[in-house]
Design a binder for this molecule. Structure first.
Ligand code: NAD
Length: 334
């Protein structure tokens, strides 16, 4: 089995090479993202291994099929960047890593909440400059705050467990409420009640046509003034322009993002010597109450090891001609 790994970073090479030891697959690492422009690199490979910002639109999938690719192995859980119907039409199997460490993303969510609230990023910079003034660093107790979790799957439930540990009231909205979550003391409500009641709203549902711009001018209007909004799920759950208006009006008092709807051309690259041409993103960076990380929620040692091991197991299962549990199809995704 020849595998072409796209969007390959040094850490991908380290963890995938270790996970490949028992299998000995022929793995080639390509730094570029998989797009229409780079698809020819997949020539001669049966498997492409891709990540969140690789673009597997219909035309790219058609090219992959023509080049002889039979398997798309996602090394992530989200699959919104893959046209599953096209993959099916071209008889290409798609596998993913549905769970690798929900703790990694839930804990990063908490990191954003605590950093924004207690302004740790600003405090750190001040102390390094010998400025020990506390003006502007005032936070609030998380204890007894109301946290609204949208999407209580693997990550959402861990976020709920953490927030319950802080003594927060936790409300949740999910199209499929989950008993385990209720046993943690989480109360399921409709989305309007959640938005109207929560002091902190955190997004943990997938990006689908139904959840695209779930947070928009109308849903922001329903939120409490001074709300903290956190998105560690997918960028396009949020209409960024509407959120900028919300920051300007004071409706949103804190914004924590690990994902951004136009992140493909920014995240995972060192652009520190370049001009950021995305004006919306550049505007976000000007707010003192906005904290952005570059899609690093998943980025723990434990998660990378699990991702690499599950990816290699998925590929080995396919190589044996078997259908494993991590195959994703248009039907199973709907
Ligand atoms: P999951 O499938 O276990 O849970 C998703 C939950 O969302 C499910 O309970 C589902 O019923 C619910 N849901 C679906 N549609 C909904 C809707 N319209 N409204 C409310 N709830 C809805 O997924 P997960 O493993 O918990 O991951 C959640 C998301 O986190 C992924 O889709 C992915 O986009 C994102 N993610 C981000 C990172 C990161 O590094 N920042 C890493 C992994 C996953």
């Amino acid at each position: 089995m020849r595998i072409a790994v796209f969007s390959a970073k040094p850490y991908d090479e380290t963890f995938l090479a270790a996970a490949n030891q028992p299998y000995g697959f022929d793995v080639t690492f390509f730094e570029p993202r998989l797009t229409r422009e780079t698809v020819s690199l997949a020539n001669g490979f049966e498997t492409v291994c891709v990540f969140v910002n690789d673009q597997l639109h219909a035309a790219t999938i058609e090219s992959l099929a023509q080049l002889g690719v039979r398997l798309i192995a996602l090394r992530c859980s989200g699959f919104n960047n893959v046209d599953l119907i096209s993959a099916q039409r071209h008889n290409i199997t798609v596998v993913r890593v549905p769970a690798y460490s929900p703790h990694a993303v839930a804990e990063h969510t908490l990191a954003l909440i605590l950093t924004l609230n207690r302004k740790i990023h600003r405090a750190h910079a001040r102390v390094r400059e010998g400025n020990f003034s506390l003006d502007g660093l005032l936070g609030f107790d998380l204890y007894k705050q109301t946290v609204g979790i949208i999407g209580t799957g693997k990550i959402g439930i861990e976020a709920a467990r953490i927030m319950r540990g802080f003594g927060c009231q936790v409300l949740a909205y999910d199209v499929f409420p989950n008993q385990e979550c209720e046993q943690l003391g989480v109360r399921y409500v409709d989305i309007s009640e959640l938005l109207g009641t929560a002091d902190i709203v955190t997004l943990h549902c997938p990006l689908t046509p139904k959840t695209h711009h779930l947070i928009n001018a109308a849903t922001l209007e329903q939120m409490k003034t001074g709300v903290m909004l956190i998105n560690t799920s997918r960028g396009a759950l949020i209409d960024t322009r509407a959120v900028i208006q919300g920051l300007m009006s004071g409706k949103i008092a804190y914004l924590g993002l690990d994902v951004y709807e136009e992140e493909e051309t920014l995240f995972f690259e060192d652009l520190s010597a370049e001009v950021i041409r995305d004006d919306v993103f550049a505007r976000l960076l000007t707010f003192p109450n906005v904290l952005i990380t570059g899609h690093q929620g998943f980025f723990t040692r434990d998660a990378l090891q699990n991702i690499a091991e599950t990816t290699m197991t998925n590929i080995a299962t396919f190589a044996r001609g078997q259908t494993g549990p991590n195959v994703i199809t248009a039907e199973s995704a709907s």
